[in-house]
Design a binder for this molecule. Structure first.
Ligand code: FAD
Length: 461
């Protein structure tokens, strides 16, 4: 136990993103005194950068929209199918069973108003189950969690970067050391510690070590996520899993760096390379598409779609931002499309007529996409240049059913918990295992469990 402990809290949470704030709310509800430590001057994390879409089955919000046949088992099956059975099954079960009750608890306790996005399906989801706050942004989602924390009188201490954990007797974590921007340091004691400081997307060395295939692409997550949980876990002898797993995204407007919703592809859009040719099944998944695009000439592609899809996409705030930034081109015909994109006209014409044949069911796609489920693309056309990016990492600390961090032998550390990007996720060991929403799913569900367990653990000291 360090001698110079200043403040002490029952539960200390590192990181003020979705995971940390939900954990804090739950720990507080369990009767614990909680402090959240956040390295930034103002909390944002990857949570505020996200689209804020959270998959959850069997919620009352779904029922209100007439979706009455979704279950945790169905979500678990979809998650497992996407990772080809390579996700950790106890984590999949835990997340699938917890997320619905967690969203309802947040609504009941803090008035967080969830809507269900039921106008399109993300790849791999068999039911409409994406929940969001009405603004449909991660920024608005984080603002709700921060307001709830304020209402619950939970101190969120900013400019507080945790640089060290103190391990005491019986492998308990007794305290953490915090560094302030001016270099001042202080030690804060804890009854239980929740690691909610996400993964290592912002640490190029760790990205090169664990996922070299994406190291050449841009990182579009929160820069402050430096892999501290993984590094501390390594030092403590914790079990780390699926460090090669991550969420990529194959639709980041280039060079503007604005997320272009994958709904464009699910609604009938296509992606072509600078030769004007398709190169993949665009309905396979946006995560793996990051790698496909980075392998194309120049590491870029063009999303091609039409007015119908453009009008639909205008319901997404980031798409409207892309329009304002001048990233979206519109043109009357194929000749114009070639002009505004700089792509070869003949190849473009061939690609679009091939897509029309596939849509009419007169040919079979060599990449395996079923075009018949959406209307054919029709002029006027729209186009946006995109690249592939790393959004966040999916590997991390293995946890048990109580979100306790476990060691190599599977034994739990008594008062150390993890969730969100700090913990091993449910996407398996590769980019293609990421089912959309797996990120906030494990941030909120594991944060919910970690907070409850940490609150109880701290009270038993
Ligand atoms: C562009 C984009 C879009 C996305 N869209 C979606 C989506 O729609 N649905 C979905 O499910 N997922 C989405 N994701 C993924 C999702 O954002 C993450 O999985 C989720 O936000 C992780 O939450 P978290 O709480 O674990 O981490 P974060 O929200 O990143 O919070 C971690 C916090 O810890 C702080 N921190 C780090 N180290 C320290 C330290 N040493 N001391 C103190 N504080 C520290 C960070 O500053 C940060 O505030 C998206 C990601 C991106 C980048």
């Amino acid at each position: 136990m360090p001698a110079d402990i200043g403040t002490t809290a029952d539960v200390v949470v590192i990181g003020a993103g979705a995971c940390g704030l939900v954990a804090a709310l739950r720990a507080k509800a369990a009767g614990a005194e909680v402090i959240v430590l956040e390295r930034d001057a103002s909390p944002s994390g990857s949570t505020a950068m996200s689209s804020g879409f959270v998959p959850a089955p069997a919620t009352r919000f779904q029922l209100a929209r007439g979706i009455d046949d979704d279950t945790p088992q169905r979500l678990a099956a979809d998650i497992m199918a996407k990772s080809q059975g390579k996700s950790e099954s106890h984590l999949v079960k835990l997340a699938s069973e917890t997320i619905g009750p967690a969203l309802e608890w947040l609504a009941d306790r803090f008035g967080i108003d969830w809507i269900v996005l039921d106008d399109f399906l993300y790849p791999g989801h068999s039911r409409h189950r994406m929940h969001a706050v009405p603004e449909k942004t991660g920024e608005a989602l984080l603002a709700r969690f921060l307001a709830a924390s304020q209402a619950a009188e939970i101190p969120v201490v900013t400019d507080a970067c945790v640089i060290r954990l103190f391990e005491g007797k019986g492998r308990r974590i007794d305290a953490v050391e915090v560094e302030r921007p001016d270099g001042a340091r202080e030690v804060i004691g804890c009854g239980a510690l929740v690691l909610a400081c996400n993964g290592y997307g912002g640490n190029p060395d760790l990205v090169r070590r664990y996922i070299p295939e994406i190291a050449g692409g841009p990182y579009f997550g929160h820069a402050g996520n430096q892999g501290d949980a993984v590094l501390w876990g390594e030092a403590l002898g914790a079990r780390l899993e699926h460090l090669s797993g991550y969420q990529g995204h194959g639709s980041l407007a280039h060079p503007q760096g604005i997320l272009i919703s994958w709904a464009l592809m699910m609604e009938g859009g296509i992606q072509v390379n600078t030769e004007g040719r398709r190169f993949s099944n665009e309905n396979g998944g946006y995560s793996e598409q990051a790698v496909e695009i980075l392998a194309q000439p120049g590491g870029v592609a063009w999303n091609l779609y039409d007015r119908r899809i453009h009008d639909f996409a205008l319901s997404f705030p980031d798409y409207r931002q892309a329009v304002q930034a001048g990233a979206i081109r519109e043109t009357a015909d194929v000749a114009g499309l070639a002009k505004v994109t700089g792509l070869p006209e003949r190849a473009l014409a061939e690609t679009l007529s091939e897509a029309a044949e596939l849509q009419a069911g007169r040919a079979v796609d060599r990449f395996g996409r079923d075009f018949t489920v959406k209307p054919a693309l029709a002029p006027p056309f729209h186009a946006v240049k995109v690249t592939g990016a790393l959004f966040h990492t999916q590997g991390g600390l293995m946890i048990d059913e109580g979100a306790r961090v476990v060691d190599q032998a599977g034994l739990a550390f008594p008062n150390l918990f993890a969730g969100g990007g700090a913990a091993c996720g449910v996407s398996g060991p590769s980019v293609s295992g990421y089912l959309s929403g797996n990120g906030l799913l494990t941030a909120i569900a594991f944060g919910f469990i970690a907070g409850a367990s940490a609150g109880v653990t701290a009270s038993e000291r």
